[in-house]
Design a protein around this ligand. Structure first.
Ligand code: NAD
Length: 274
């Protein structure tokens, strides 16, 4: 992975921006190649402490040097955040991480059609993220290569061929870490209920998730076959999976992800109008 030689601006310096900035700095990008607009003083102080970056409280002509602008603000305030930025960044490539906000809105707000919309996830913080990407038609091959360099510092990526699929990516891997943490909470709670210490139960749960994920990634077998290998007829896993099936957990899970996808579309409808 080579580090982008360009200057990159981030609008919003919170969780997701920090995950990407962390990846860039780990790969050798210099803090003076990065400009961040971050109005919240406490978050700006963290950027300085963690990465040596002095954030701008508001947009200024300093943004003119950016060849890539990463939009890492909440969907609800994207259009408002874009107003003071637009006049400085029309010549740049734009990459948005905002959930739901569609490229037609983004192109309007940033004043160019060189826009890539993406959906990363928080394991990007430890270089193990996965990001879905969708380019507008005017995005060139070299624009895409730059985006791959930047996002590649945070983990894997996939390009999707229809913008609507990014809402599915949002429901699956964007929100997905929360589902994993939810299961970790439940497994830890159950372990504690069975007499393990909270520390041991959590250690066992986390190692089981990462071990099973590594096994799935290394295997050519389907998850169904891998699951069957754990499940002896009449054994303990069979008892647990039967209990999950009887409670309709798989169907509930599918429904939960559909709710996330619907919400992603609603965010685009609700906050993309301005
Ligand atoms: N957190 C996740 O798991 C995740 C995953 C994928 C995508 N996203 C998307 O990333 C975006 C940012 O989410 P986050 O979790 O980093 O939120 P966050 O609240 O941590 O970061 C947003 C930052 O924007 C700043 N901000 C507010 N108004 C601004 C303005 N006018 N100009 C510039 N900055 C401004 C805030 O002070 C804040 O620090 C959202 O659109 C979200 O949908 C988040």
């Amino acid at each position: 992975m080579t580090t982008p030689s360009q200057h990159i601006a981030f609008i919003g310096g919170g969780n997701m921006a920090s995950a990407i900035i962390g990846g860039l700095i780990r790969q050798g990008m210099k803090p003076d190649q990065i400009t961040v607009v971050e109005p919240f003083a406490e978050t700006a102080a963290k950027l300085h402490q963690n990465f040596g970056i002095t954030a701008l409280p508001t947009a200024s002509a300093e943004l003119l040097q950016a060849t890539l602008v990463v939009w890492a603000v909440k969907p609800q305030i994207f259009s408002q955040a874009a107003e003071p930025v637009m006049s400085h960044t029309r010549g740049a490539l734009h990459l948005s991480v905002a959930a739901g906000i569609r490229t037609d809105s983004i192109c309007r707000w940033v004043g160019t059609e060189r826009v890539v919309r993406c959906m990363p996830n928080t394991p990007a913080l430890v270089g193990q993220g996965i990001t879905g990407l969708f380019p507008c038609p005017l995005v060139s091959a070299s624009d895409k290569a730059l985006v791959e360099q930047v996002i590649g510092t945070t983990g894997q990526y996939v390009w999707v061929d229809q913008e609507s699929k990014l809402d599915a990516v949002t429901a699956l891997s964007g929100s997905g870490p929360a589902y994993v943490f939810y299961f970790l909470e439940a497994m830890t709670q159950a372990g504690v209920g069975m007499g393990l210490s909270a520390e041991q139960a959590y250690q066992l749960a986390v190692a089981t998730f990462s071990g099973a994920s590594s096994l799935a990634a290394a295997s050519t077998e389907s998850p169904e076959v891998l699951r069957q290998r754990v499940t002896s007829k009449g054994g303990t896993t069979y008892a647990a999976i039967t209990s999950l099936d009887d409670a309709g957990v798989k169907a509930s899970f599918v429904k939960a992800m559909q709710a996330a996808e619907v919400r992603a579309r609603e965010l685009g409808d609700e906050f993309g109008k301005a």
